[in-house]
Ligand binder design. Structure first.
Ligand code: CP
Ligand code: NVA
Length: 309
């Protein structure tokens, strides 16, 4: 799909549903090629710069390996070791890097920094997590759900826990694909209102459904997918103890899972904290597809990179 060439990916809202479908199709195709050992050097000679302000296991490794498999190269750039870490403006960093690399992947705290980077970069910028959104994760999650359930439209996803970056991207991504997305979060920790509004607009246009509730049981009642994420995200470590109290009744355990459809998938973007947002038996149980999600980060991002770079 040539319309994607040169485009940024900061949020799922940047892609029309048919463009998301095109990325997922390309991802499946490249996954199959990789599994059969068929070379697919679509990005030969191209370089991706990867700026990290926060730690990462999956994102760093999947982008780096993905670029390698596509015949290109990835450059790990810790923000602490860049001049950006000592105050060089984001806009200058963006302009300079664009003279060297063919794409920039970035993980930051403030979402505005990624937006600023994109505004001043001459190459595509990919959001690899901000405090606000985590669109690459949800691209991989959509790929996983489609692989497991054979469809996206009409699938019911129940997210329980903190209304964080992952919850926001799920709201936007699922509603854009005509899915039902519910979020169950404690008072004061729900998703941001503007994200919920945007998700509702998406669902009106593309036939999905959006529900935000404080009741964890209502969030998962009869759903096809139960999803959770950490209670304290990166940058919130000092709130960890307080959050453990607040979120206690939002744990994904067998009892809560029993409220979902009998064959419901269990999803988590990882890293997970057993005994907090999810019990070990559920995380490691028959219905969990968390490792497929993690693997699909590689394939989904390769599909994206191949189309935008
Ligand atoms: N899910 C995810 O983004 O993991 P990392 O923080 O390890 O990259
Ligand atoms: N919400 C989590 C996701 C980690 C991949 C965080 O931001 O830390």
């Amino acid at each position: 799909m040539e319309t994607l060439r040169g485009r940024h990916f900061l949020t799922l809202q940047d892609l029309m549903p048919e463009e998301i479908t095109a990325v997922l199709e390309r991802s499946r195709e490249l996954k199959e090629k990789q599994q059969r050992g068929i070379p697919h050097h679509l990005l030969e000679g191209k370089t991706l710069g990867m700026i990290f302000q926060k730690p990462s296991t999956r994102t760093r490794v999947s982008f780096e390996v993905g670029m390698w498999q596509l015949g290109g190269h990835a450059l790990f750039l810790s923000s602490q070791e860049l001049q950006m870490g000592r105050g060089e403006p984001v806009r200058d960093t963006a302009a300079v890097l664009s003279r060297y690399v063919d794409g920039i992947m970035v993980r930051t705290f403030e979402h505005e920094q990624v937006e600023e980077l994109a505004a001043h970069a001459g190459v595509p910028v990919i959001n690899a997590l901000t405090d606000y959104l985590h669109p690459c994760q949800v691209l991989a999650d959509l790929l996983t759900i489609e692989e497991k359930l054979g469809r996206l439209h009409g699938v019911k996803v129940g997210y329980v826990g903190d209304g964080n970056n992952v919850a926001h991207s799920l709201l936007l991504g699922c509603s854009r694909m005509g899915m039902e997305i519910r979020v169950g979060a404690p008072p004061g920790h729900g998703p941001k209102r503007e994200v919920v509004e945007r998700a509702k607009e998406n669902s009106r246009r593309w036939g999905g459904q959006v529900l935000v509730t404080e009741d964890p049981v209502q969030a998962v009642d009869g759903v096809d997918v139960v999803y959770t994420d950490v209670w304290a995200s990166m940058g919130q470590d000092q709130e960890k103890a307080a959050r453990k109290q607040i979120f206690q009744s939002y744990q994904v355990n067998q009892q809560l899972l029993n409220q979902a459809s009998a064959a419901a998938l269990v999803m988590h973007c990882l890293p997970a904290y057993r005994g907090e947002e999810i019990t070990a038996d559920v995380l490691e149980g028959d219905r969990a597809v968390v490792l497929d999600q993690a693997e699909n980060r590689l394939h989904a991002q390769k599909g994206l990179l191949a189309l935008i770079m």
